[in-house]
Design a protein around this ligand. Structure first.
Ligand SMILES: NC(=O)c1ccc[n+]([C@@H]2O[C@H](COP(=O)([O-])OP(=O)(O)OC[C@H]3O[C@@H](n4cnc5c(N)ncnc54)[C@H](OP(=O)(O)O)[C@@H]3O)[C@@H](O)[C@H]2O)c1
Length: 264
């Protein structure tokens, strides 16, 4: 896809994957709408984008709050009429066993990672369908395919995102609007700054840069696939787990549970 003058909305654009995605789209002349809660961080990203001489707009918004998403989307639709690309990237995780996490911890992950995505899709899909074009990219995780001890509720939010996207993809067939999920393994971002990750080893040697994921997101906007796993060879691990769960699940359990137990 040629991104010149395309209107691109990125949630979670104040940091990490969202920030690098904004940079990659801006390099190619897209009009970038940056959405996240922290206005000061959004302003810093907007400043970084100045060198690409493209249109930018920042809108502070908590995507887990329906009224804030309504206000944000009304502003955008008034200004641009519609958007071309929606990247639902805002998300976070709280680490801990189901027993230790509060209901509020569990609900809040679902509210941002899953319902935040739905609130945005509900607001922008009608105008995309109206012009018979556009692409939605939902940033999930390999945690959308593996239920892992310590992040069960985060996994649930990403499984839900993948399932919702699959259903919606069928509904969108023939409309000109596409949807693709990008599912990375561990990425070196501020994601693990949440205090619940305090005692965790920060990054595995195989972890990705946010720029690698950003590039996958750009590719996804032109893809007919439901899910792009980054890096692609990890698709093999998902296949193995689905095909031979009795072989793979004990290995996963052993390695991830050890980490969870060591946190106590
Ligand atoms: N890092 C990883 O290992 C990894 C792996 C797979 C998938 N992912 C997914 O990648 C996405 C981006 O994460 P990241 O790694 O780039 O982490 P990050 O650097 O912590 O960025 C998360 C972004 O989401 C925003 N955000 C969080 N809650 C929000 C809310 N309620 N409303 C609006 N914005 C919100 C944050 O901005 P504000 O705080 O300013 O709101 C921030 O811009 C997430 O969906 C995450 O689940 C990450």
């Amino acid at each position: 896809m040629n991104f010149k003058n395309k209107v691109i909305l990125i949630t979670g654009a104040s940091s990490g994957i969202g920030k690098d995605t904004a940079i990659e789209f801006a390099k190619q002349g897209g009009k970038i709408i940056l959405v996240a809660r922290r206005k000061d961080k959004l302003e810093q990203v907007e400043n970084e984008l100045k060198k690409f001489h493209t249109t930018t707009l920042i809108i502070p918004c908590d995507v887990s709050k329906k009224d804030q998403v309504n206000q944000m989307s009304n502003l955008i639709l008034e200004k641009f009429g519609s958007i071309d690309i929606l990247v639902n990237n805002a998300g976070f995780a709280i680490y801990g066993s189901v027993l230790d996490l509060s209901l509020k911890d569990i609900e809040s992950q679902m509210e941002t990672n899953y319902f935040g995505m739905i609130y945005c899709i509900k607001k922008f899909l009608p105008s995309m369908l109206g012009k018979k074009s556009g692409h939605i990219v939902n940033v999930a995780s390999v945690a959308a395919s593996f239920g892992l001890p310590g992040i069960a509720s985060y996994c649930a939010s990403k499984f839900a995102m993948l399932g919702f996207s699959e259903g919606l993809k069928h509904e969108l067939k023939g409309t000109g609007v596409g949807i693709t999920v990008v599912s990375p393994i561990m990425v070196r971002t501020n994601f693990f700054d949440h205090p619940s990750f305090e005692k965790m080893p920060q990054y595995s040697p195989a972890s990705l840069s946010s720029k690698t994921v950003a590039k996958a997101i750009l590719k996804a906007t032109n893809s007919s696939r439901l899910e792009i796993i980054v890096p692609s060879f990890v698709r093999g691990a998902v296949w193995l787990k689905n095909t031979f769960p009795y072989f793979i699940n004990p290995i996963i359990e052993k390695s991830f549970k050890k980490q969870l137990d060591s946190k106590k």
